[in-house]
Write a protein that binds this ligand. Structure first.
Ligand code: GCU
Length: 429
């Protein structure tokens, strides 16, 4: 360093430059501090990530009913065991959807139609799904993008979205290289002949609802009720119900082939995706991205997020009956491979990330592997190996698909491409 006087113009310039740099770093660092705080909560020190510390567990049997009856045929699976399992999920995990005293009125209102979306590549429709009884109503905004110039109605993805479908993030003016600001590679979807549809879960129910007074629940309460019963629907079940109403709409839309709709979602919405597809057989395929705890991951492994972590931080994502199994996972009459099995024989794709340890990628794979038993009962190709496939290698030509890639909790371009490959293989062949 050459010696310069403290007050030289050079030093003043440096000082102001340093100050600006410091300010910039502080601004950049601030959100990081917050996100680290959020992660710290998720990765508290009583969470297990060590494979050698996974407790011994026995999974409940898919093909034996609680009274010991062997389920040896597709017919018995469909008539006895699958309904039993679905009812356990309804009453103990996600919560059943009550039947309203009087049927609700549901109407579809086309709010906007743009046939020249993305320079004419696609048609965009904004639809309000208005659900009401004689006292109150709730509206869900459903976005439907369908590719132009294709022959016949297009297959499509229906995304359980975290993005507000009313936001202007969906205007073609914010498109960059065919990719919307919110990360949906719409250009790629249209080029590959797919439509893309989205429902926004907070239209029906708050992310971490505690009162349920302003959510969709209010339309279902009989006189005197103001909170879901222990076996009644939590947040995830309500979102699943919403996607089913969106499917009701798609059945009326000639631009989308409602028989070739893949339901998908990430994380909390990945959990919701599996629960939606398990119940509603109109969805032809399901893609659960990093769905983790209460999604594809096995409860009994207690790796990464556990039932206890989930219900203490998000008490109402599941129904209140689920609380009873905290630290008692072995008493659950189900585990998550059974949820995937209820989707059979429709193709299901599970996605994990190496760094997304909170979601237990290994547990997500094992669920898919064990669910394969039911796909095989249907004579479908499914997973044969208990060992997870190598990182970055996608299993596409199978009714149970899977990949784990490097990196953390998000859907990346590599993932979108594999999801589309899986849909191509199953919906276009
Ligand atoms: C939290 C939660 C997860 C969930 C995730 C998300 O991390 O613990 O279960 O999947 O949020 O929805 O992004």
């Amino acid at each position: 360093y050459t010696c310069r006087s403290k007050h030289s113009p050079y030093n003043k310039k440096m000082k102001s430059l340093m100050n600006r740099l410091f300010f910039l770093l502080a601004v950049l660092y601030l959100p990081l501090t917050f996100s680290n705080a959020r992660e710290a909560k998720e990765y508290d020190n009583d969470v297990n990530y060590d494979e050698s510390k996974i407790p011994h567990y026995d999974l409940p049997k898919l093909l034996i009913s609680p009274n010991g009856e062997k389920i040896s045929s597709i017919k018995k699976w469909e008539n006895i065991r699958r309904p039993q399992i679905l009812s356990l999920y309804s009453n103990l995990i996600y919560g059943r959807i009550p039947v309203p005293e009087k049927p609700l009125k549901i109407i579809f209102k086309l709010v906007k139609e743009d046939k020249g979306f993305m320079k004419g590549k696609a048609t965009r429709k904004d639809i309000d799904i208005i659900i009401s009884n004689d006292k109150d109503s709730k509206t869900m905004r459903f976005l439907v993008f369908s590719p132009n110039g294709v022959e016949g109605p297009a297959p499509a993805f229906l995304k359980h979205s975290f993005n507000n479908t009313k936001s202007n993030d969906f205007d073609a003016s914010v498109l960059r290289k065919g990719k919307l600001k919110n990360g949906w590679p719409l250009g790629e979807f249209f080029d590959r002949g797919y439509g893309f549809c989205a429902v926004y879960h907070e239209d029906l129910v708050g992310h971490n609802e505690v009162s349920f007074n302003n959510s969709i629940h209010k339309l279902f309460y009989p006189k005197g009720q103001s909170f879901p019963k222990a076996s009644e629907w939590g947040v995830i079940s309500a979102c699943a119900w919403g996607a089913m109403r969106a499917m009701d709409y798609l059945e009326t839309d000639n631009d989308i082939d409602h028989k070739r709709v893949a339901i998908m979602g990430h994380s909390k919405m990945g959990k919701t995706t599996l629960w939606t597809a398990a119940q509603d057989e109109r969805f032809a395929l399901a893609i659960a991205a990093q769905s983790g705890c209460a999604g594809a991951a096995l409860w009994r492994r207690k790796s990464g997020e556990t039932l206890k972590k989930m219900v203490t931080r998000f008490p109402y994502w599941l129904c209140r009956n689920a609380w009873k199994f905290v630290d008692q996972e072995d008493d659950l009459p189900i585990d998550q491979h059974m949820l995937l099995a209820c989707i059979a024989p429709r193709p299901v794709y599970v996605h994990s990330g190496v760094k997304d340890t909170w979601a237990d990628g290994r547990g997500e794979y094992l669920s898919a592997f064990h669910a394969s038993e039911i796909y095989k009962l249907y004579g479908k190709k499914a997973l044969d190996f208990e060992e997870s496939p190598p990182v970055g290698e996608a299993i596409i030509e199978s009714h149970v698909g899977y990949h784990i890639r490097e990196g953390g909790h998000s859907i990346q371009s590599f993932d979108w491409k594999r999801f589309l490959d899986f849909a191509d293989y199953h919906l276009k062949n």
